[in-house]
Design a protein around this ligand. Structure first.
Ligand code: ZN
Length: 410
């Protein structure tokens, strides 16, 4: 499901320096540590000017949204770091080959994995599956819950977990090493709304009621703190070659106990990008965008998203979703992939395939959720269908097999 806009209004942090003068040190988004900008130095004389310009315009900062934060000159790139400070990075001189960056990415491109044996296109590929949201007892709090009368409730976090559990052995059969970021509805973060009240209240502006603090503390828990905890798992422990984020989409359903069913049903995938200038005002977000850009994650993430979403489109028959808002930009050659800046696809420091198939409150999808998981096919609205979970898992497995069979030969 598309992510609600979070009010990113963390005030600038003020620290009193040794000389007693207050100095602005970092303006960061909620629950983010201030970035250590020293990492930029590794890219001194390593970046190609044209590649940087193209990636900024095509994927990361279309329409000049990075102006005032990232400036591309004839021979160097200037990056605004803390407060009014800037760091200058000289480009690789023209005609010189760029060396590898020490301490850079942990993930491996498909082309670096070597040719796979027949029938095992994913041999040795490390895949993290991220079942979106929490489900279970948290489904109502995270607003991923609705129910028609006394029917089976629709809870996105439980559906995504079922897909992940079905997908794991399918990918293992193809040779992959697969880790799930969660195997139950237990949160990965040790935080709970109560432990986040102070941070959440400090992020609010205007009149601050108890109700606003409560709902903002909940949002800090299930959205921000939880995804940050999963990012630590991905980046520090699992260090996979790619992450597949599994979600289901929805249209506005109104009251959770009296939901509206809609006729639309669609599919899209989201690779990281399309940062707004408002987002880039936060130091941590700026640093994370540059990390994605400099490690050339999009070179792998874009074809991965395209191949997987196309396989899922063939499997499900779903048409592409179209964004009319400016927080997403269509990328690549097909109609299904958009660049968009989400917490998960930004914080996971590996190529991320972020899938948004099926409108859960469209009538056929709702009916298929009611049928649960089953083997074989059943007739829904006159159409012969696999279970929703099986169709989703089959599409993703097929897409990953296709991508790696081709890309490992190059
Ligand atoms: Zn979702």
């Amino acid at each position: 499901m598309r992510v609600r806009l979070v009010t990113l209004l963390s005030a600038a942090l003020l620290l009193v320096g040794l000389n007693g003068v207050e100095a602005e040190v970092a303006r960061v988004s909620p629950l983010a540590p201030p970035p250590d900008w020293s990492w930029l130095e590794e890219y001194q004389r390593k970046l190609n000017r044209n590649e940087v310009l193209l990636a900024l315009e095509e994927y990361y900062a279309p329409g000049g949204s990075a102006a005032g934060y990232v400036e591309v000159g004839p021979s160097s790139l200037r990056v605004r770091t803390t407060g009014e400070s800037w760091k200058e990075l000289f480009f690789l001189p023209e005609g010189e080959a760029g060396g590898a960056v020490e301490g850079g990415r942990f993930w491996r491109k498909a082309a670096e994995l070597g040719v796979a044996p027949a029938g095992k296109p994913l041999l040795g590929v490390r895949i993290a599956l991220d079942p979106g949201h929490l489900g279970g007892e948290w489904a109502q709090m995270e607003a991923r819950y609705f129910r028609m009368g006394t029917s089976r409730p629709v809870t996105e976090g439980d559906l995504t977990l079922r897909v992940a559990k079905r997908l794991k052995p399918q990918l293992e059969k193809l040779g992959a090493e697969v880790v799930l970021l969660r195997t139950s509805d237990r949160p990965s973060t040790p935080d709970r709304p109560d432990t986040l009240r102070t941070a959440a209240a400090a992020d609010l502006t205007g009149s601050i009621s108890e109700e606003r603090v409560r709902s903002h503390s909940e949002l800090f828990f299930y959205r921000i703190s939880e995804i940050r905890a999963r990012a630590r798992l991905v980046n520090e422990q699992i260090r996979p070659d790619l992450v597949v984020c599994l979600h289901f989409n929805a249209e506005e359903w109104g009251e959770p106990e009296m939901p509206q069913l809609v006729v639309h049903n669609h599919l899209h995938a989201l690779m990281n990008g399309c940062y707004s200038s408002r987002e880039l005002a936060f130091e941590d977000i700026r640093s994370e965008m540059l990390d994605q850009l400099f490690s050339k994650t999009a070179d792998e993430a874009l074809p991965l998203n395209e191949t997987v979403v196309e396989a899922l489109a063939e499997e499900s028959g779903l048409p592409p979703f179209t964004y009319f808002s400016n927080n997403a930009r269509r990328v690549g050659s097909g109609a299904y992939v958009y660049a968009r800046n989400l917490l998960a696809n930004r914080l996971y420091r590996a190529p991320v395939v972020f899938l948004e198939p099926y409108v859960m409150n469209s009538e056929p999808v709702w009916k298929r959720v009611q049928l649960g998981d089953y083997s074989g096919r059943r007739i829904v609205n006159g159409v012969s269908c696999k279970s929703l979970v099986a169709e989703y898992a089959d599409g993703v497995a097929d897409g990953l097999a296709r991508y790696y069979s081709t890309a490992r030969r190059q």
